[in-house]
Design a protein around this ligand. Structure first.
Ligand SMILES: Cc1cc2nc3c(=O)[nH]c(=O)nc-3n(C[C@H](O)[C@H](O)[C@H](O)COP(=O)(O)O)c2cc1C
Length: 341
């Protein structure tokens, strides 16, 4: 059974992954990103406790995987006890739909109060001993299930407690097979600039371990992808927000990192509208039309960002409640772009 990170990928080159994002990392979007160059994409965070307490039915939609479309698959869990992670992983692997998952990723970076107040997510950065116990137990369980165990974290809980390097060492010594660091503290949430120097210090602290290290935060295009790798010494990188409405970023970044001529061909409005519909159709298959359209309200405007009249179209898209309405709004937008409006 495969259970080494390097069995899953060609780790000699920089991997470029879609960073997990609650509300955005649907299985259809992850598949789209993979088709355009993303190496893999963990699901958004799911509560290990909830799986242990209630089984997987309630959480299934957030953990749906599609190995045919996604390639390597990864489910992200959050929690605050070693036993919950171990139990949740076993329950997941008992479900034939989820059993093929390749990677379990532990969330040690979520700053949202609802998660932090349970002692999970970024709160674990305040308790490296417990974090180490969680990783150790989760790694043992992952190995017994033939799965890989990775961790995603931040630089510290606040700017006054930047324990990133020490924390990264704990993760690696406890058995994390890959680590991803988002270069912000939990207190920063998503504000300010990602601190690539702190990521570099964390990378340096575990550089001898051979554990694959991802840098994350503020990568927006090919040149910032190159820059984050150079600044941090990371092996690979994850891209979050900049991929929303722009899954082509993975092609751009891959071309840039492999030194291929980047033709810099921006997708046209028509291509962007087609992709929006592809994502919407995918989400409709997942959760039905009504919920798909509602949940895509935060994503749809990202596809048309920067095009003339985007602000007006954005308002209309945010009011749409059926696929037909979305199509009509996009058709009108395209007509206007082509001067036929
Ligand atoms: C809306 C939203 C939801 C997120 N949800 C998750 C999540 O479920 N798990 C996780 O590890 N990180 C989550 N993140 C953090 C991102 O994965 C990423 O670390 C962060 O956005 C920084 O990367 P970026 O600058 O490329 O966006 C989320 C971020 C955003 C904006």
């Amino acid at each position: 059974m495969k259970h080494a990170f390097s069995d899953l990928f060609d780790t000699k080159r920089p991997l470029v992954a879609l960073s997990p994002m609650a509300g955005f990392s649907s299985v259809s979007f992850r598949g789209i990103c993979h088709s355009l160059g993303s190496d893999y994409a963990p699901t958004e965070l799911t509560s290990a406790r909830s799986i242990v307490m209630n089984g997987i039915a309630k959480s299934y939609r957030f953990m749906t995987i599609d190995p045919a479309a996604e390639g390597v698959t990864a489910i992200q869990l959050f929690g605050n006890t070693p036993d919950d992670f171990a139990e949740a992983m076993k329950i997941i692997c008992d479900d034939p739909r989820l059993a093929p998952v390749d990677i379990f990723d532990i969330n040690m970076g979520c700053p949202v109060p609802k998660v932090v107040k349970t002692g999970a997510g970024s709160a674990l950065m305040k308790d490296p001993v417990l974090a180490g116990k969680i990783v150790k137990k989760a790694r043992e369980t992952a190995e017994s299930l033939g799965k890989v165990l990775t961790v995603k974290t931040r630089t510290g809980f606040t700017e006054l407690t930047l324990n990133g390097p020490e924390f990264a060492r704990v993760l690696v010594e406890s058995g994390a097979e890959a680590v991803c660091v988002h270069g912000r503290t939990a207190k920063q949430m998503y504000t300010g600039k990602a601190d690539w120097e702190q990521i570099r210090l964390m990378r340096e602290a575990v550089s001898k371990s051979g554990v694959y290290f991802f840098a994350n935060g503020d990568v927006k295009d090919g040149s910032s992808a190159k820059a984050i790798l150079e600044a941090t010494g990371a092996d690979g990188l994850m891209i979050g927000r900049a991929a929303c409405g722009n899954p082509w970023i993975f092609t751009e970044v891959k071309n840039c990192l492999s030194g291929k001529e980047n033709d810099n061909k921006m997708p046209t409005l028509s291509e962007k509208c087609d992709m929006l519909i592809t994502e919407l159709e995918g989400r409709t298959r997942e959760v039905g039309e009504k919920l798909a359209v509602t949940e895509m309200r935060s994503v749809m405007p990202q596809y048309i960002k920067g095009f003339p009249g985007a602000a007006k179209v954005k308002v209309a898209l945010c009011r749409a409640s059926t696929k037909m309405e979305v199509r009509q709004i996009l058709d009108d937008c395209l007509k206007e772009e082509n001067g036929n409006g």
